[in-house]
Design a protein around this ligand. Structure first.
Ligand SMILES: C[S@@+](CC[C@H](N)C(=O)[O-])C[C@H]1O[C@@H](n2cnc3c(N)ncnc32)[C@H](O)[C@@H]1O
Length: 514
């Protein structure tokens, strides 16, 4: 039997047959599951979805997309599934939170990369899964009124897995991300209606290309015994939907220093292939040096370098705050939005003077910086507080947080290395006069931390997250907790740290009622 390439670079029998999706696996017209097996499956899917990863988020969008097409069930019964690797046309109706278009065909959902609602596209069918079908994007047959291909700023857009939204105007990208935040709270936080405020508009990034201060392209190793003869690895990012690397010479969302570093590092790898028995990930991280123009130090010239050693120290400025951190450790990747972002966090850490005068606020007396990294928030928000305390699991980051606080004149801060909940053992001030900033990794907070947070009861919580889905899950936990029920959610809004991609940073602000 002949074989043909699949979407992930392996080979599959060309005429492999797929069974029809079973009708009982689809939600009923009411969007509910009718028997025990369905309920069990739905429960399992929900539990998985709570992890907040790409698969789970897409899965929920697909489920809701199908549920919104009540008539689709009738079609499913008789629909023929298009053969794998056949080419078909699809009408894209929705943009999922993962940045993929969703189309309906024969009662099934098709996930269509690089497409937006209103596009008619030609695609190649790759595989039919239990819940949806996966296709490769081939071309636009009839563009959506929202598509503007003249905006596409990268020749790899349409193949590279890094960006999804380059064909959309920036205003539309921001509006889409607002919807992503709304949907996250609709689907990942099971809360009574009216408990959350309307989601605010997404705050845009001053730079929409040329903004990423860190890139990590990679390459695969040779099959065995090193690269032979003319053999060269592809160096870049993964092809969309595949585990294969797409060879990329430049990434226009990177800052100039990092793009130049990419060119140099690529050449370095290709000129020294004999050194590599395995694949590797390259680190490209910007570091800034300020050189004073005159003796009064008020004006300066900035020199930008690209650091490639993960253990080397990089320097970054946010307004006039200076941050050193290990090049391989976490630091926010879009410097252009950080002055606006940190000012927003600082403003929102302020405490209401009394519940009667909500607009009248004062800085908190105490600040808790949970998941503090190298001290971004303590340094930019800590000058007015009596005491600040930060915690991070990485001892390296804690060492740099201590150094950054000192270098920026913050003398009232201490930092602890350990898991986030450890911080509560070291706090010697009352929650009623404290604001707590929480900025966990994508998986969100551990239950132990949230439980301890509820015992501490900070007057204000500012929860920053690069994964709004786990943030929504954690807010549900807080707001359903016996103590947490006393919190009011003041605001939730996205910040666009990652233009051209589907990612959104979300900030939720909560205040404990008197
Ligand atoms: C999204 S980063 C935020 C860092 C910092 N707030 C900033 O903006 O630069 C998340 C941080 O959480 C830390 N981390 C991960 N798991 C943790 C845990 N269980 N307890 C404490 N810190 C943790 C990581 O080392 C990382 O520095």
């Amino acid at each position: 039997m002949e074989s043909a390439p699949s979407g992930n670079g392996t080979t599959l029998p060309e005429k492999r047959k797929f069974r029809q999706p079973r009708a009982e696996q689809q939600p009923s017209k009411k969007g509910r599951f009718d028997n025990k097996k369905q309920q069990k499956q739905a429960k399992k899917a929900k539990a998985k979805a709570k992890e907040g990863g790409t698969e789970e988020v897409l899965g929920i969008d697909i489920k809701n997309f199908l549920a919104s097409h009540n008539d689709a069930e009738a079609v499913v019964e008789n629909a023929e599934l298009p053969e794998e690797f056949s080419e078909i046309e699809l009408e894209v109706e929705e943009l999922s939170s993962t940045g993929d278009g969703l189309a309906l065909h024969g009662g099934r959902a098709y996930v269509v990369p690089f497409s937006i609602p209103g596009d008619r596209v030609k695609v190649k069918v790759i595989r039919h899964q239990e819940t949806h079908s996966v296709v490769d994007f081939l071309s636009v047959v009839r563009p959506s009124p929202d598509r503007d291909d003249s905006l596409i700023g990268c020749k790899y857009f349409g193949s590279c897995s890094g960006c999804q939204l380059q064909m959309l105007s920036y205003d539309k990208q921001l509006a889409h991300k607002k919807r992503v935040v709304e949907k996250a709270y609709e689907h990942f936080a099971d809360l009574p209606e009216g408990i959350l405020p309307p989601i605010g508009d997404t705050i845009g990034s001053p730079l929409q290309y040329n903004y990423r201060t860190k890139l990590t392209p990679h390459f695969d190793g040779p099959r065995k015994g090193g690269f032979q003869g003319d053999q060269k690895p592809e160096i870049g990012f993964n092809l969309k939907g595949q585990r294969r690397v797409l060879d990329i010479e430049d990434c226009p969302i990177g800052v100039d220093s990092v793009r130049e570093g990419f060119t140099t590092s690529r050449a370095d790898v290709l000129n020294n292939l004999g050194k590599y028995k395995r694949g590797a990930t390259l680190l490209l991280r910007e570091s800034t040096k300020r050189i004073p123009d005159s003796e009064d130090l008020s004006t300066f010239t900035e020199k930008k370098l690209c650091i490639t050693d993960p253990k080397a120290t990089t320097t970054e400025y946010v307004d006039n705050f200076k941050f050193d951190s290990p090049a391989g450790a976490f630091f926010q990747n879009n410097n252009s939005i950080l002055p606006t972002f940190t000012a927003y966090i600082r403003d929102n850490l302020s405490l209401p003077v009394s519940s009667q005068a909500e607009s009248n606020t004062e800085p908190p007396k105490y600040l808790v910086d949970a998941y503090c990294g190298s001290g971004l928030f303590t340094v930019t928000c800590g000058s007015a507080v009596q005491k600040a305390i930060g915690v991070d699991i990485s001892p390296d980051s804690i060492a740099y947080a201590t150094r950054n606080a000192k270098e920026n004149g913050i003398t009232n801060a201490t930092f602890i290395a350990g898991t986030a909940e450890k911080i509560f053992g070291d706090i010697d001030f009352p929650g009623s006069k404290a604001s707590c900033i929480i900025d966990p990794p994508r998986k969100g907070c551990d239950e132990l931390f949230l439980e301890q947070l509820m015992v501490f009861k900070p007057k204000r919580i500012v929860y920053v997250s690069c994964n709004v889905h786990t943030q929504a899950r954690d807010l549900e936990y807080i707001l359903k907790h016996e103590t947490g029920q006393k919190y009011k959610v003041d605001s939730i809004r996205g910040f666009d740290f990652f233009p051209q991609t589907h990612h959104v940073e979300s900030v939720a602000v909560l205040t404990l009622a008197d």
